[in-house]
Design a protein around this ligand. Structure first.
Ligand SMILES: [Zn+2]
Length: 240
């Protein structure tokens, strides 16, 4: 195999290795993405449930107050009827005091009821807002979650396919070249084949001797950077 062809195979190998690394990474970040979405949904659901529980509580308080006011008002009416049959000053004073006290209680309860009604209005808004938000998010994330889960399920198959491709490329390239590639890739953060850029190595940016550049250009043998060991490739741009 010509060096030029071998380099093309190595580039393909590097591309597959990048994809394999991405697939391995996705085993971590895809479940993370799912967890984030699910946490967000759970927290909106919780807000909604808490607002609803508060609303139920307020409605109970409202009913209780309304009942008390009703009872007091009927008591007041009775007392006011009794007033007509009063015989003595003492009875009159006692009943007057009792009526005043009842009116005061009714006023207090009515004021409280007003506050509760206001809170009910606010809480109704909160319930509606959090419910809408939760339902909207559930709906919009349904497909997203489904796709993420599908993607997770397919990772292992994709890895197997890439491993197969990798094996067949390795079979076509000189084994010493492949081991050099693998060694450099491991040591240099995954990039083992680089192009010459502005008369320098595209990996470590060290200036290359003109003679070396000529050799890379010719492509008659495998040239590696003196400084970082990466395999050099001519990208064909004469302006560089
Ligand atoms: Zn270099």
């Amino acid at each position: 195999m010509l060096i030029k062809e071998e380099l093309e195979q190595l580039l393909e190998l590097q591309h597959i290795d990048d994809q394999l690394r991405e697939l391995e990474d996705s085993k971590v970040y895809l479940p993370d993405m799912i967890a984030n979405i699910e946490n967000d949904l759970a927290s909106w659901k919780k807000s909604y449930e808490e607002a609803q529980a508060k609303l139920d509580e307020l409605n109970r308080a409202r009913k209780h107050l309304e009942l008390e006011i009703e009872v007091d008002q009927s008591e007041l009416k009775k007392s006011q009827e009794q007033m007509k049959a009063i015989k003595t000053n003492k009875e009159y004073d006692a009943l007057t005091a009792q009526i005043a006290k009842m009116k005061e209680r009714i006023n207090e309860h009515e004021e409280k009821l007003l506050g509760v009604m206001e809170e009910i209005d606010q809480t109704n808004e909160e319930v509606k807002e959090s419910k809408d938000k939760y339902e909207e998010l559930s709906k919009s994330n349904k497909d997203v979650l489904e796709n993420l889960n599908k993607e997770i399920d397919s990772i292992e198959d994709k890895i197997r396919m890439k491993e197969e491709e990798r094996k067949s490329i390795k079979g076509r390239v000189n084994s010493r070249t492949v081991s050099h590639y693998e060694r450099v890739r491991k040591g240099k953060g995954g990039v083992a084949v680089v192009t010459v850029k502005k008369k320098s190595c595209g990996g470590c940016f060290k200036q290359l001797a003109p003679k070396m550049i000529q050799e890379v250009k010719k492509g008659e043998r495998l040239i590696t950077c003196d400084s970082c060991g990466r395999i050099l490739l001519w990208a064909g741009d004469e302006s560089q």
